[in-house]
Structure formats: C-alpha cells, structure tokens
Design a protein around this ligand. Sequence first.
Ligand SMILES: C[S@@+](CC[C@H](N)C(=O)[O-])C[C@H]1O[C@@H](n2cnc3c(N)ncnc32)[C@H](O)[C@@H]1O
Length: 366
Amino acid sequence: MEFFATAAFGLEGLVKRELIRLGFEARAETGGARFHTDMPGAFKANLWLACADRVMWVVAEAEILTFDALFELVRSIPWEDVLPENAAFPVSGHCARSQLMSVSDCQKIVKKAIVERLKQRYETDWFPETGAIFPVAATISRNIARIAIDTSGDALNRRGFRTYVGEAPLRETLAAAMLRLSGWDMKRPLHDPCCGSGTLLLEAAFLASRRASGLSRLFSMESWPTSASQAFHNLREEARALHQTGKLPPISGSDINPEALDLSRKHLRQAGLDGVVSVYPANLYQLRLNADRPFFIANPPYGERLGDKKAADQLAAGFGDLMSRHPGASLAVITANPNFERMMKRKAKSRRRLYNGRLECEIMMF
Ligand SMILES: C[S@@+](CC[C@H](N)C(=O)[O-])C[C@H]1O[C@@H](n2cnc3c(N)ncnc32)[C@H](O)[C@@H]1O
C-alpha cells in the first residue's frame, strides 16, 4: 500500500528522514514524503511522526485532464473493499496549476463516482454515512490527480491534549522540526526565553524522552473496521514502553507576559511535565541563566505588523546581548525579521528557509 505523509513546505526532507528512522523506505516530494507499508505501518507513522501533518493512503494517482477522466479514475477504485456500507466519506479537494481548477466541481465528481461504485456493490442508492469516517482527499497538482484517504483524522500537530491558544503560537510540527534542525544534543540545558504557550518546551521534552508524538491521541484509521486493531494496540503499547519518563536534560522557559506563562503551565500540566520543565517570568534583556553552555531556542515576535518592527529589531539586538552574557551558548531562532542578524550583530552558522503558515521564515543557528 502506498502512503504520503504530508508536510509543510520546507519540512519534506525532515519527514523523509523521520520515516527512514522508523524503518520505511521513503522519498521526499513537494508537500511531503512517499512510502510503502501496510495498515500497521501507517499507524506506526501516525504515532511517531513529529514533523508531518497527515498520513494519507494513496488509492489512485493518474494524469487527469477532464472531469470525465476524474470520474472514471475514482470509479475504478475498489471502494467496496475499503468503505463499509455505513461509512462516512467526506471529500475535500485541492487544485493547483491544472486544467481542472474548480475545487467544488472536483469534490462533487469524486463523491458521485464513489457513490456510483458503492451502489453496484451494496445494491442501494442511499448511503446514510453514519458510521466510521473515511476522509477522502482529491488533490490535483500539475494535472496529476491523487485520490487518498486520510488515516490521521485531526492533523498530526494535535498531540492529544487541549491547547489553549496564546499569542502567535508555533505549530507543534514546526517546533518539532526546529528542534531537530537546531543541533541540540539533548544533553545541554535548553531554554526558551520567549516561551509563550510553551510549544518548543513540550516538543523538546517529548524529543528528549522519546515520547511518540501521537501517544495520547486517536487517529481516524483506528475507528475503521480492520483486522489490524490488535497490531495498532501493540504498537501503542510498544511506544508507551519506549517513553523514557526518567531524568531529562534541564528544559526551561521564560516570558515577559504572565498570561502566556499561565498557558504554558497548563500545557505542561496536561502533558505530565509539571515539575519536569520549569517556566518563570523574565525579560529577555535581563535574563541570566545559571547553566553551563545553555542552548537557547526561540520564536520571538517577528514584527510583521506595522509599528512592531522597531520592537522586533530591539529584541533581536537583545538576543545578541543574551549570547554575550552566556559564553559558549548556542541559539536556534525562527524569524521572519530580515534584520535579525544585523541587529544581533552576529552571522548565523547555518539556516533553513521554510514557512510558518503563510509567512516565509528562516530558522537560524548561532
Ligand atoms: C511568537 S510568541 C512565542 C510563541 C510560542 N513559541 C508558542 O508556541 O506559544 C513570542 C513571545 O515572546 C514574548 N516576548 C516578547 N518580548 C519579550 C521580552 N522582552 N522578554 C521575554 N519575552 C518576550 C511574548 O510575550 C510572546 O509570548
């Protein structure tokens, strides 16, 4: 079976590497990484991938130039082997740089073709769609149509506990990617001086304790009638056993905003990291850590709104001073501020360009 782990632009290579580490052969492509496995393998990918958005089961792929061809492609798929009679199969669509560019028409045609196929098998023309959900995604890019079933359900950045939304929170998948690109060795003390709601701190603790990202959440594929349920259960138990809840490297955070700190404390409590990761109020300009060669990681305000630019530039200069106050320290920062290095008066040792939502950013390592 063929699967595609979708990823934000710029993270495809990282997701490929994650898949390879999980034991799959994988190939990076625009928008994600492709791999072959069975249902338990797809479950394992859902459970462990930290930087991917979803795991899609690719059921057909072909060049498509007309609506008729799209209909025939979708009707040729043996949906009756996948969808029980009461399955709910919402169809989402995406079209880019293709002859067929009407998303709503493509969605309607895909839905109709699935129904046509199922009608023959189940000898009915009414499908109540009251059962397990099989989200179908039709993506047409450069005239190649990919028909896939979403095995994840909620996007994988949802790690399974409620998130309280603070000011400009970083997506969990992007925070996970940043940590993996940062060069943090999981031994040095890690500190986020602009921790906000604590996303980087949580992901750092998960990484250092080998906690599977999806350990405490469910995936849509778990509600499907499948003979692999026992295998899913075993994989989750295995992941639980691999989670090292013992001693972690020192991980801490600070922020100038007490409300943000409240949110981060709530998140840490929900993730069982109360007392393991500490957060406290501090202004970056005065912050001084009592730690040997600290590793700073941060997602400071970018100053993209008019009027905030000056403050963002000042803060960038503050990061330069922070580094001077901590000889031997490292810093990984994600920013869309083009002045960051100049204001910091330092040159990044390495960098990676990617997108935070629609905003073009760089992760810079100092
Ligand atoms: C983009 S948000 C960080 C979001 C965080 N990564 C998260 O996922 O929730 C930037 C944070 O920097 C904090 N901040 C701004 N100026 C600061 C300063 N001088 N010292 C410390 N924190 C500051 C803000 O309060 C805000 O929480």
